[in-house]
Every structure is written in structure tokens, then in C-alpha cells.
Design a protein around this ligand. Sequence first.
Ligand code: ARG
Length: 421
Amino acid sequence: MHRTKSLLELRSTVVLAYSGGLDTSVCIKWLQERYSADVVTVTLDLGQQDELKAIEDRARLLGVKAHYTLDVQDEFVSDYVFPAIRANAMYQGKYPLSTALGRPLIAKKLVEVAVKEGADSVAHGCTGKGNDQVRMEVTVKSMDAGLRVIAPVREWNMSRDEEIKYAIAHHIPIKPSRSIYSVDQNLWGRSIESGPLEMPDQEPPADVYEWTRLPEEAPDAPGYLDLEFTEGVPTAANGSAMGGRELIGFVTKFAGSHGVGAIDHVEDRLVGIKSREVYECPAAVAIIEAHRDLEKLVLTRNELSFKSHVESEWSWLIYSGLWLDPLRADLDRFIEGTQSRVTGSVRLKLYKGNIKVVGRSSPYSVYDLGLSTYNKGSTFDQRSAEGFIQLWGLQARIASDVRKRSDRQVGYQRKTAKAAE
Ligand code: ARG
């Protein structure tokens, strides 16, 4: 009796991030076999619109010890997406980091469940070629250095066909129509890779798009979207106050229907590989466009200039898996300081894939009509510009005088040297 108990205690428990797809389903069986482990699966609802009940059933069918379905959408919005909006986060100026923002939250939940289940390991289905493995593992290890991280897909090195054979041999049900694309989805966006997209010179086939209409199929009349911001985050759309999750859903549909938010770009992965990525992020594109514009109305020139450096550093940290690097929190404190005045509204005009800000207002606006008007009633005393220009250009003028003088001197020396020859 005693002996049996200690043998049981030797059995390891692994908490696996489970999407319900082929890779992570094979992971369950593989962990059970190779690591003689009890597997606990965790599926997060990040707004990816999956059939969560079917995923849970699948996990149970594969003999997991326990399964967790966790709705973390509100936490995702408030702790990850909102900071990204405040930071105008766009990796390489184009990618709103939708997948990247979800990873540290998934890792956090794995660690939480591991503690609850007394597990010694966590596992994920990321490959060894991408960024996601880095994001997950750095976050897990930063939270709990004692947890072992297992990356079966990286370890087993199976081809797609071998994986399918393994699945059949282990009675893992395979969905018949597998997409040719590798897709990752959450409420902030949709990432699509592989298949025909691997040819960066070819236009993406129309079937990659699910959240955004092709411009040629978008409505012939423009759509107007009014977004209201309170301290840097959107709080109302087209006149209705909404919670973050609802608002993001609304803007996704609205902007996507006008063809806004489709992104096609060549991206530098953390491991150095360049990859052609297609994203559909209608809400991110519209909200960040509006947010950035509102900041231009309320922040000073120096704040804007400094913040743009902070933004690219912030985006890089998130992209490269360093969500928990203390620098991110330091940058967040700076950003937060600027956001207390980012309150107001922005009007966007969307038309066949294009998006334009056409109006903005704020109680904290630094725009002063009296100063900027060319009409009568200007409060700006134009005579004060004269002295300003003298001082502003002082060094440039002196430097230019010095330059001319020394050029003349060099010219004179050359002439006299030539005459002496
Ligand atoms: N390249 C993006 C990133 O690193 C998206 C990765 C998406 N993953 C996928 N399975 N399609 O954040």
C-alpha cells in the first residue's frame, strides 16, 4: 500500500495549454506516453471564437486528469490590450501584437493552474521556429523558476504526416477539413501564416480574410466611426458607452466591414527568420489610429517625440517575449503619466480599406484657435516672431559664418602655395 502510494507520487503532472487542434491533441498523448505524466489541459477564452465545449470534450476523450476552460477576456482587455492602446503598440510600425499580447497571459494562467494542481511542469504546443515559444517560456520562468517547461512539438520533431499517423494510432480524432493556413486568433486580431502566404511576392488569396472585407467588396458609402477616449482608453463608440470587450467587438465588425484592418507585411521574427504575415486587426488599426491622433491634440511636441521612442521600445519588449522585464512596467509608468489628458473624441472616416481621422476634440486640447487662425481676431503678436527667429537660428548662423571664413582662408592658402611653385 505504502509502496503504491510513493510510486503514484512519482508521477508527474503537466499542465498543457490546449487549443483543441492537432498539435496540442497529439501533445496530450505524447506527454502521457513519453513523460508518463498526468495531463491537465487549459483552454483560455481570449475571444478567439472557438467552440470551447467541443475542445473540452476532446480533451476529456484523450484522458486528461482535469480540464480548465477559463474566460480571461476582461483581464486580457484591461491588463494587456489597454496598455497596448496607450502605447500605440505596433511592431515594425505594422503589427498590433495581437498574438504576442496573448502569450504572457496564457503563460500566467498555466502557472496559476500548475500551483492549484500541484504540477511540476507546464507544456505548450509552440514550434521551435517562432516567437511564441519564447514568450511562453520566458514568462513561465519569470513567474516560477522551479517549473519545468516541456515543448513537445520542438522535441518530437515529427513531420505533419508523422503527426497524423501518430494521431490515428492513438485514436485522436482528426478534423477532416484542416485549413492550409496557420491561424491564431483573439479579440485583438487574427494572425495568418503559411500555405500560399509563404510567397511574399504573391497577393494573399481572398480566402485568408475572415474579419475584413476586400476593399472592392466594401460598401460604396463611407462609414463614420466616433470613438470616445477616457484617459487613453476607448469608452464609447458611435455615441454608446461600452465596456472594453464589447467596444472592441463592435469596432472589429464596423471597421472590418469597410475593409479596414487587413495587414500584409514581412516581419522579422525574434529568431532572425523573416516571415510574410497577414493580420486582420480592424479594431486595433482603428482605435490606435484614433488614439494617436488624439494624443497629437493634447500632448506637447516634446512629449510626443519622447513617447514615440518609448512606444517602439514597448512594442519590441512585447514582441520579443519580455512582458515581465521590469523595463516594461517602467515604460508603462511613463506612458500612464501622459494618458491623464488623453480624453476626448475622434471621428474616423472609413472607406474601402482606408481609414482617416476627420475630426478630434478634447477638453485638454493644446490647440488654440486664437493662435493658429489666419483670420481676424488672432491673439498672436506676429512681431514677437522676429526676436525668436534671431535666437532660434543663432548657432546655425554663427557656424555658417565660421565655415565661410575658413573656406576663404583655405582658398587663400592654396593660391599663395601655387604662386610659390
Ligand atoms: N508572427 C506573429 C507573432 O509572432 C504571429 C504568430 C501567429 N501564430 C500562428 N500560429 N499563426 O506574434
